[in-house]
Design a protein around this ligand. Structure first.
Ligand SMILES: Nc1nc2c(ncn2[C@@H]2O[C@H](COP(=O)(O)OP(=O)(O)OP(=O)(O)O)[C@@H](O)[C@H]2O)c(=O)[nH]1
Length: 670
């Protein structure tokens, strides 16, 4: 017996169970036929006789308001006989998993003022754009478009007749176009299955269009170009909601000429970015190689149905695997927001799985500790409304993906971090493991992002651990560390006070150093650090932490060289190889052949032919790009020579010595 707390509807010889997308429509997750059903009883105790339904007019979506009905369905299905479903959703999920598609997530991107919000307003029939501060999108908004609404919008299209909509809807995410919002943009685009790149036909490609394009390219995300504001072409005659071909027929030759000229210009601009595009006049069958351009007006509505239809049919046709619904919860925090009366809430995108009221969840916390709480309420805006816009929320006991949801919890989400994953703690999960996984995931993504954006931290095995009080201060610190003049590679990161586990992590690294910004070191951690030889540089100002680290590095180098001084110098004679002078002055980097003896790191070198002028000391030796400590007679290696005494005159290849001179170990130096 399955207990369906969802709304359901009866149709001829069938009962459909699912989630209500809006008053009159149901996102069907299971359909039982008359033959499968034995008893159906609703929450009022009324028994529904399936066999008499044949004679009744069907009660189906669009004909009457759906009732909040709790139904008990006793189903005579052998394959489901052993399954005890805790709720409607889980009762159906196993049998449906194979062929149930989730709604695609579509991210709307583009340069500032290209018309992203206006486009969404036009699709929804709302006016978010006017309500935004200065008309600028400040956060990522999300809107769910149920299939029924999409079908309504595209019903006039010829192509819609012979296509079947398999996805339950479309989740649209509006991202800000202003420069400071790069992080938000990458957050939104990271979630999306397909994107709409909005380009103003009058402006063409602008810096943030190119930035969005690069994000999409780096993530291999397919996209459609919405060439917006066609109504701004001089002399344009508006044709609301008309397909572009029809609208173009109404235009004068001058308008057509200007349109063609601008399209050619924009196609060329995309080509310059390595992207092939073409107007989507007939169906674009080579969409992966050639991206479609759909000319639209978000103001007067031209070609919007075509754009919607392309988004839906292209995703469901080409991304079946990606869109196949999975029970495993995949959920990302998009925004952390304080809402009057609700406290600090999180807006999440549920990509897969089900969230239920009362679920225990784990979310990454800004101070290094994860937030463990329970879902107090699951809220969605009314369908076709935006999550950002204040209004009435619908309350749910459970929600199946794909959806944008506002979540509240008893203690709020004050320190939750946007852009990180939300985990549900299942009955068999170990809470500690889930907490660790949540924080690990976040740390990894911060480090990967940092490395991707040009950090040198991947160079060699070296690198420090960086730790700060909050995520944003950690990100700021990482920015400083990778600045060209500093360039300190980072191997590990952490948030919050330095504890024993952080010291242990650093102790297994080559450098054994922690740079700590604005955090405390627990006494136990400091004790362990002393035992394990981990150096911790702490400070409230990033520059000072870096300065202390640099100073220590310099002192260590000097100590190393001094230690080498005390060692016996091995005699060697080196010949400079032709075309192998890579740096002419301090540090001199040259390829040499060992003619006599052994060349070792630390060996001071001089030039007998030039009055034994000392050119410096060998700091490192590389053989086939690998660091070595020494090289024997006959070997060809690359050596780096650093000056020994800052007060001495700098020796330079080409001025003080040249290719004919042999380099010889200087036995009496030090
Ligand atoms: N004529 C015309 N104006 C439009 C169209 N689409 C948008 N606009 C106008 O362009 C301006 C910017 O539109 P928005 O929708 O706020 O642009 P946006 O891309 O969301 O901008 P950000 O949120 O700042 O990134 C507004 O004044 C809109 O009214 C269009 O199709 N035609």
């Amino acid at each position: 017996m399955y207990h369906h707390k969802n709304k359901c509807i009866r149709t001829n010889r069938k009962i459909q169970v699912g989630h209500v997308a809006e008053e009159k429509s149901l996102q069907v997750v299971h359909e039982y036929s008359v033959e499968e059903i034995r008893i159906v009883e609703d929450d009022k105790g009324n028994e529904w006789d399936p066999y008499s339904w044949e004679d009744q007019a069907p009660i189906s979506s669009g004909t009457e308001k759906l009732r909040e009905t709790e139904v008990e369905v006793e189903v005579d299905m052998k394959k489901d006989a052993d399954v005890e479903g805790p709720s409607s959703v889980s009762a159906v999920e196993e049998s449906e998993e194979e062929n149930f598609l989730r709604s695609p997530i579509c991210c709307v991107m583009g340069h500032v003022d290209a018309g992203k919000t206006k486009l969404l307003d036009c699709i929804r029939g709302t006016n978010v754009q006017k309500g935004e501060a200065g008309g600028i999108t400040q956060q990522i908004g999300a809107t769910y478009l149920p299939a029924e609404n999409i079908q309504e919008r595209i019903k006039e299209l010829k192509a819609a007749d012979d296509k079947h909509m398999k996805v339950p809807g479309l989740l649209l995410i509006d991202t800000p176009g202003h420069e400071p919002f790069t992080k938000l943009r990458s957050r939104g685009s990271g979630l999306c299955d397909i994107a709409v790149l909005v380009v103003d036909i009058m402006d063409g490609l602008k810096p943030q269009t190119i930035e969005s394009l690069n994000l999409l390219k780096s993530r291999n995300t397919e996209f459609i170009v919405a060439l917006n504001k066609v109504d701004r072409l001089n002399g344009w005659k508006p044709c609301p909601n008309a397909p572009i071909i029809k609208a173009m027929k109404q235009q004068s030759q001058d308008v057509k000429n200007e349109f063609n000229m601008r399209v050619v210009q924009i196609v060329t601009q995309f080509k310059e970015q390595g992207i092939n595009t073409k107007l989507n006049v007939n169906e674009n069958k080579r969409m992966r190689e050639t991206y479609s351009i759909v000319p639209i007006s978000a103001k007067s509505g031209e070609d919007i149905p075509d754009l919607l239809s392309l988004m839906v049919y292209w995703t469901q046709k080409s991304m079946t695997e990606k869109l196949t619904y999975s029970n495993e919860v995949q959920c990302t925090v998009l925004e952390v927001k304080y809402v009057e009366g609700l406290g600090t809430t999180i807006d999440v995108i549920l990509v897969n799985g089900v969230l239920r009221r009362g679920d225990q969840i784990v979310v990454c916390g800004n101070h290094g500790t994860p937030i463990v709480t329970r879902i107090q309420s699951l809220l969605t805006p009314e369908p076709m409304k935006e999550l950002r816009v204040k209004g009435k929320y619908q309350h749910h006991s459970e929600i199946r993906a794909t959806q944008a949801i506002k979540i509240t919890s008893p203690q709020g989400f004050e320190h939750a971090i946007a852009g990180t994953a939300l985990y549900v703690v299942g009955p068999d999960d170990d809470l500690e493991e889930v907490k660790e996984a949540a924080m690990e995931d976040m740390m990894k993504s911060v480090l990967v992002n940092n490395n991707k954006n040009g950090s040198s931290s991947t160079a060699g095995d070296g690198g420090v651990c960086a730790q700060a009080s909050t995520l944003s201060s950690l990100e700021a610190m990482l920015e400083f560390l990778k600045a060209q003049e500093v360039n300190i590679p980072v191997r590990g990161i952490g948030i919050g006070p330095i504890q024993k586990k952080d010291v242990r992590k650093a102790s297994v690294m080559l450098e054994k150093k922690i740079l700590a910004f604005d955090v405390k070191v627990t006494p136990e951690a400091q004790k362990l650090a002393d035992e394990l030889g981990v150096k911790i540089f702490v400070g409230d100002i990033i520059h000072e932490v870096i300065k202390a680290y640099m100073q220590n590095l310099k002192e260590e180098k000097e100590k190393e060289l001094a230690a080498v001084d005390e060692e016996a110098v091995f005699p060697c004679v080196l010949k400079i190889l032709p075309n192998c002078v890579f740096n002419k002055k301090d540090p001199i980097i040259v390829g040499v052949k060992v003619l006599q003896g052994i060349v070792k790191v630390g060996t001071p070198l001089c030039i007998p032919q030039r009055d034994f002028v000392v050119i410096g000391r060998i700091e490192s030796i590389e053989n086939n790009h690998k660091r070595v400590d020494m090289a024997n007679k006959g070997k060809e290696v690359c050596i780096k020579i650093v000056g020994t005494n800052p007060n001495q005159q700098q020796v330079m290849f080409g001025r003080h010595f040249n290719i004919e001179d042999e380099l010889v170990s200087h036995i009496s130096i030090g």
